[in-house]
Design a protein. Structure first.
Length: 398
């Protein structure tokens, strides 16, 4: 989706919030309907039946009838798609939407006549029951048939046009690059480049800590607590904007420079699971694991790989990450003692010295990985000396 910053007037803000309430209300009614379903009862109502019930509800309720029927029907369609994703096993079960957290709605049947350009940096989009709402024309909006209006926790409105982005054309130079993702260095390239996401400044960290302390002392439901929460949300939003901007620019540059990009095949969601455990079996090292999880999320491992696949489909290859950081790129010797520290790699066999992350990236670029016993993956001959050489093992995504 191509997202743009909306600039509604105070009157339009009230109208947009009303549309968000309608969409959230209809969604929560659908969740409640399906929550009451049990296997001994007949099937829960689908979209067609829910749309018929929505028509009856609009006729009986003036508040609901004041909103856009299109917005409310699309909330039901979104819920139907969410249930389909849940039954297919790709997503969790749809849950209740909360005011102040899930604010937004979708508009379909979008036509070119519903979009205007007012000046060099200002455009306007037509929203049902609201009218023409201005937005920042930062680039040319894509040709789309629908869009979504959202409000984030820092009270910023956005409009996102649903369109499949065009892929970045390959440069055609035949160059291959390997990328090693880390916590200290976000992305280490096999070319020797070290790339890191922008980190918060010390002054921002101190201000964030002060606001968090004020929040802990504020009375629940007070105006002071709402102001402090808004201040924290705005600080976090600025940091998220910097990180997203870095990810977009970095992935675009990489897809324009290299024909083939190889990354580690990491299951980031499983890697960032909590180690808290249960009351019967509490976890160990919970605080340390939580710090590692926050560091992984701050470096956007999953989003970095996803944006590479979106911009260069068919040109991204995943390599098994086993022992890539302990294998010497020069001689292929694999040993735990090769990695002296987080940043230093010194081979105990040939004496090759390199940055640890860059050495791993070179192994990834060559498609090197070894099994847990130090030999080659299945289907390839074992090496006579275990822990001596790495072997080619590229995993095709999918």
């Amino acid at each position: 989706m191509s997202k743009f910053r909306l600039r509604p007037t105070p009157e339009q803000v009230d109208a947009l919030l009303l549309q968000c309430r309608h969409a959230r209300y209809v969604w929560n009614l659908a969740v409640e309907q399906h929550a009451c379903w049990t296997p001994d009862r007949r099937s829960a109502p689908g979209y067609v039946e829910q749309a018929r019930q929505l028509t009856e509800a609009r006729a009986a309720c003036d508040w609901l009838r004041a909103g856009s029927q299109m917005v409310q029907q699309q909330a039901l369609r979104d819920f139907g798609q969410a249930m389909t994703n849940y039954f297919s096993g790709t997503h969790g079960r749809p849950t209740w939407r909360k005011a102040g957290v899930h604010e937004g709605f979708r508009v379909v049947a979008f036509k070119p006549a519903h979009l205007r350009r007012l000046s060099k940096s200002t455009g306007a989009v037509h929203v049902p029951k609201v009218g023409w709402v201005k937005f920042r024309w930062s680039r040319l909006p894509p040709a789309a048939s629908s869009y979504r209006v959202t409000l984030d926790r820092s009270h910023r409105w956005h409009v996102a046009f649903a369109a499949i982005p065009t892929a970045v054309p390959a440069p055609g130079n035949g160059r291959v690059v390997g990328i090693d993702r880390g916590v200290i260095v976000t992305a280490a390239l096999s070319t020797g480049e070290l790339l890191s996401t922008p980190k918060p400044r010390p002054t921002e960290l101190r201000r964030l800590k002060r606001l968090q302390r004020r929040l802990s002392r504020a009375k629940p439901g007070s105006s002071r607590r709402r102001r402090v929460k808004l201040g924290i949300a705005r600080m976090l939003a600025r940091q998220a904007d910097r990180t997203n901007d870095w990810v977009e620019k970095t992935t675009t540059t990489l897809t324009r420079r290299f024909d083939v990009i190889r990354i580690e095949a990491l299951r980031v969601r499983q890697m960032t699971r909590s180690a808290r455990g249960t009351l019967a079996r509490p976890g160990q090292g919970v605080r340390r694991k939580a710090q590692l999880n926050r560091a992984i999320r701050a470096n956007c491992w999953a989003k970095f790989a996803r944006r590479l696949r979106d911009k260069a489909p068919g040109r991204i290859e995943e390599v098994r990450a086993a022992f890539t950081s302990q294998t010497c790129h020069t001689c292929g010797h694999t040993c735990r003692e090769n990695r002296k520290s987080q940043a230093v790699f010194r081979c105990t066999a040939c004496g090759h010295v390199d940055h640890a992350d860059v050495n791993a990236a070179k192994n990834i670029a060559a498609g090197h990985a070894v099994t847990a016993r130090g030999g080659r993956p299945s289907g390839q001959p074992m090496n006579r000396e275990p822990h001596r050489s790495a072997s080619l093992s590229v995993v095709k995504p999918g």
